[in-house]
Design a protein around this ligand. Structure first.
Ligand SMILES: [Zn+2]
Length: 448
């Protein structure tokens, strides 16, 4: 009888399968081709392995599936504002950063990316890469009301056509709205500071921009929140004492409001398309969009409420919203943002954990964090250390659960069982954020 040769054996490692419960202390995992072919206590006889990985002191997890990432596709316009793409090298760097942190599947939610770009990006990097799209009339209009320069004169595409032509790449509709069009984070770190710099020559940071914006329009973006006295005080505090509260009202309104109303209509239009094509809809969830997200909760499990721990929520309001959405079967996603390096780290972590602890979360993603997202496994490691959640549960939020939430995104991935695609992360057994190796479709990955 001729000998069978398999390509990889991970020997005597600990294993978390991704199902939310299973932890095996010591196991051997065999990989052949793209697949997991063996999981067991014995080393299979009659099989020779081309590569053997010593797993002592290591823990094997399914590759992380991240369903909310921006800025990872060379050439793709950013956000719902269709802002100019990052440089190709920056987008590639961002993508590789995700992989080096243990992510093997990404859903791009820069919805104006053409599926062709996703195809090209996935040829340059072995990661499983898919996209959500937002090529529909109201979404284009909202983008035009704030930026849209990233579209650079390309004709408008249609969801209908892209879904039909790229069924293996287009797996969701979205992101419906974003901080750029819905008065959120992208306004705070990009458009408002840019406007202030242009108008006054003074540089302000994202926290100062957010403060000013909220004094003018509130957290929920409404003109009746305008508080002249508070605005004056903030202007003084951030070095803009030469400017009046009326000036701030005027300028902030002109920056934030034009795309805002159309973006809410775009969310509704996107939800209708999601229903029509039976694809999940990724909705930007924040204080400014929460009413609209609730309105489309009739989508049930087709609705993924993205980054429900958005910093614009106060804790109680956010948790109450999540509970109402869950009652309708909506998928609850929370994001790591830039939490670990945020000036408001403790507050952001407390909110993240407050949602996680009572079991209100389905999926954890990164979002963008102004280009500096905190690694998923690092944030989950903290949650486990602080006994907010068990390790197997934490891992299922970034493996099995996202693969279920977006069915076409990660077929055959998300749990470690025989016959599954061998997307694996090997981490330090006692420190899951220490990624030792990443295996994608059976092949060890190396950062070039
Ligand atoms: Zn968003």
């Amino acid at each position: 009888m001729s000998e069978t040769i398999n390509n990889l054996l991970i020997k005597e490692a600990a294993l978390i399968t991704g199902d939310g419960k299973t932890f095996v202390d010591k196991v051997n995992i065999g990989v052949h081709g793209k697949e997991i072919v063996y999981i067991g206590q014995e080393i299979p006889s009659g099989v020779t392995f081309a590569h053997i990985y010593e797993g002592k002191g290591k823990l094997v997890l399914p590759g992380v599936i991240n369903i909310h990432a921006h800025g990872v596709i060379p050439g793709a316009p950013l956000f719902s504002s269709a802002s100019p793409p990052l440089s190709d090298s920056q987008a590639k760097k961002n993508l590789l950063t995700h992989v080096s942190q243990g992510t093997t599947t990404i859903l791009n939610v820069d919805g104006f990316a053409h599926p062709r770009l996703i195809f090209q990006a996935s040829r340059a990097c072995p990661i499983n890469l898919k996209t959500a799209i937002t090529h529909h009339a109201k979404a284009y209009l909202a983008a035009k009301n704030i930026d849209s320069s990233g579209l650079s004169g390309q004709g408008e595409e249609k969801v209908e056509k892209l879904v039909e032509h790229f069924p293996d790449i287009v797996v969701a509709i979205g992101e419906g709205g974003s901080g750029a069009t819905l008065g959120g984070g992208v306004q705070d770190y990009k458009f408002i500071p840019e406007m202030v710099k242009r108008e006054t020559g003074i540089a302000i940071d994202e926290y100062q921009a957010r403060k000013l914006k909220e004094a003018v329009l509130g957290r929920k973006i409404a003109l009746n929140c305008y508080d002249p006295e508070r605005v004056e005080n903030i202007l003084k505090e951030i070095g803009l004492e030469d400017y009046s509260s009326e000036w701030a009202l005027d300028k902030i309104s002109q920056t934030v409001l034009p795309p805002y109303r159309v973006a809410l209509e775009a969310v509704e239009e996107g939800a209708g398309l999601a229903k029509e094509y039976n694809l999940p809809f990724i909705a930007h969830t924040a204080a400014s969009s929460m009413a609209k997200v609730e309105e489309i909760a009739w989508l049930g499990s087709l609705l993924v409420a993205g980054h429900c721990n958005h910093p614009s929520f106060d804790t109680e309001e956010g948790i109450a919203l999540i509970k109402r959405l869950r009652k309708q079967g909506v998928i609850i996603d929370i994001s790591t943002f830039n939490t670990l390096d945020s000036k408001e780290r403790e507050k952001e972590l407390a909110f993240f954990f407050a949602i996680l602890e009572p079991g209100l979360v389905d999926v954890v993603s990164t979002n963008y964090g102004g280009g500096n997202h905190s690694p998923i496994l690092k944030v989950l490691e903290l949650a486990v250390e602080q006994k907010v959640i068990t390790l197997p549960e934490a891992i299922s939020l970034v493996t099995r659960n996202p693969s279920r939430a977006i069915p076409l995104l990660a077929t055959g991935r998300g749990v470690i069982v025989r016959g599954a695609i061998a997307d694996l992360v090997i981490v330090d057994r006692y420190r899951i954020s220490r990624v030792e190796a990443v295996v994608i479709e059976g092949k060890p990955w190396r950062r070039k």
